[in-house]
Design a binder for this molecule. Structure first.
Ligand SMILES: CC(C)(COP(=O)(O)OP(=O)(O)OC[C@H]1O[C@@H](n2cnc3c(N)ncnc32)[C@H](O)[C@@H]1OP(=O)(O)O)[C@@H](O)C(=O)NCCC(=O)NCCS
Length: 144
């Protein structure tokens, strides 16, 4: 039903950009102000494509230090495992790169998504651009 690709920003921007704009600017519940930034070019990006028509339906990113974020799945594609598959792909990539953990700043309304994928909150809530966030992390046990 969908497949995941890992891409550099040059290849990912034309698909990740429009998804982020649609969700982070178009949905009242989504955290605002995180469409594109200077760090995108340093990240590896995961893109989910519908296998039926090759349309891009979701995206997320990984920074070199193990920070992940910018997860966004088109509304019609939610609760089908796309977000989890994007998260798994980037977590595996972080592990391959030698990261000991993955970290994410989570808007509170998305915390259940990360919690159900093994992330633990540090308990401190902070505000950014009018939204409430908490930091969550997941340790990467060595697969060796
Ligand atoms: C958060 C988001 C990326 C999740 O994507 P998704 O493809 O729907 O997630 P999945 O289908 O892989 O969900 C995996 C699990 O996470 C949990 N989960 C996902 N969305 C949830 C929600 N809205 N409420 C509660 N739990 C949720 C569930 O346990 C789910 O498993 P289940 O469907 O079997 O119960 C998506 O809802 C989204 O784009 N939201 C708007 C943007 C946003 O807030 N992004 C986070 C900023 S970093």
């Amino acid at each position: 039903m969908f497949r995941i690709e890992l891409l550099e920003w040059e290849q990912a921007r034309t698909t990740a950009g429009p998804i982020r704009y649609a969700i982070f600017m178009g949905e009242p519940d989504a955290p605002p102000g995180i469409e594109l930034d200077e760090q995108d070019k340093d990240c590896v990006h995961a893109i989910a494509y519908s296998t039926a028509d090759e349309k891009a339906v979701g995206t997320g990113r990984l920074l070199p230090d193990g920070q992940i974020g910018r997860f966004a799945v088109l509304k019609d594609w939610r609760r089908l495992g796309v977000g989890e598959a994007l998260l798994d792909a980037l977590t595996e990539e972080a592990r391959k790169r030698g990261c000991k953990e993955v970290m994410v700043s989570v808007p509170l309304q998305a915390a259940d998504f990360y919690r159900s994928n093994g992330f633990v909150a540090d308990g401190k809530v902070f505000e950014e651009a009018g939204s409430l966030y908490e930091k969550m992390r997941k340790g990467l046990a060595s697969s060796a």
